[in-house]
Design a protein around this ligand. Sequence first.
Ligand code: BV8
Ligand code: ZN
Length: 248
Amino acid sequence: MDEKIARARDAITRADKLLVFTGAGISKESGVPTFREADGLWEKFKAEDFATLESFKKRPQEVWKWYRERRSLARKAKPNPAHIAVAKLDRLHWDFMIATQNIDNLHRRAGAKRVLELHGNLLRSYCLECGKKVDESDADLDGEVPICSEHGCGGLMRPDVVWFGEYLDPNILNEATRFASECDCCIVVGTSGLVYPAAQLPYLAKRNDAAIIEINPEPSAITGIADYFFEGKAGEMMPVLVEHIKEG
Ligand code: BV8
Ligand code: ZN
């Protein structure tokens, strides 16, 4: 293992352009459930029932109840050592980017600045009619479906997350795909690698001969292209990968 860690650390240190691509697994140790594991979210709720615009239009109250539960989980959650280690990489003035599929805001709460939120952010909402965006307000917390505060609009507010069948923000996706295609090291943490177009990012990095480093307790759809696969928890492995890098 030490030899593999040394080589992976070296790939990180030598990288001019470093991408960190994360999924729900990086927040598992913060108490935020993943999607596709035995105790995952999609086991209890079928994605198409909750994470789609159609289901929101049919059952806005139920969908809001689900997202409010996840919002309060996200607010109670604390960044774990993996988020902290990734934020340390961000501080070290690299040509650096975090592309996350997570909507729990934990990378930012760990102090990371350069974060592309591919699937949106659970703490923001926007109006279905006029598009007005608001940060979470406690008004969202009562049982009703929040209504747009724009004068005369009255549209339904929805969580500012990308649902299945919805396009990602083109600016965010373009920036992420461009960065991935130019990076020379991509660290993949806690994703099953099943959801597109986000999951293409490590493949774009690979095509640019980037070193692919993956941390996951079990193999994922990305493991086949990983140069270094660390079978373990993000909260344990990520700090080990960056502890040699001195701050300042
Ligand atoms: C789109 C936000 C264009 C909402 C999410 C067939 C083939 C290919 C693609 C498709 C297809 N059919 C449909 C599609 C497109 C679809 C898609 O990719 N579906 C997949 C499921 C097949 N994609 C879309 O719909 C996207 N939009 O394509 O638009 C379009 C437009 C119109 C019509 C057609 C197409 C939009 C996708 C975004 C959906 N929104 N979330 C919300 O969160 O409520 S996706 C959801 O999955 C989350 O964002 C999540 O992050 C993401 C990916 O999951 P992971 O993060 O990887 O989490 P998962 O549970 O799967 O895995 C966790 C991993 O962690 C595991 O590997 C586990 O081992 C590991 N782990 C566990 N513990 C730890 C750990 N790792 C480290 N440490 C630990 N301690
Ligand atoms: Zn509105």
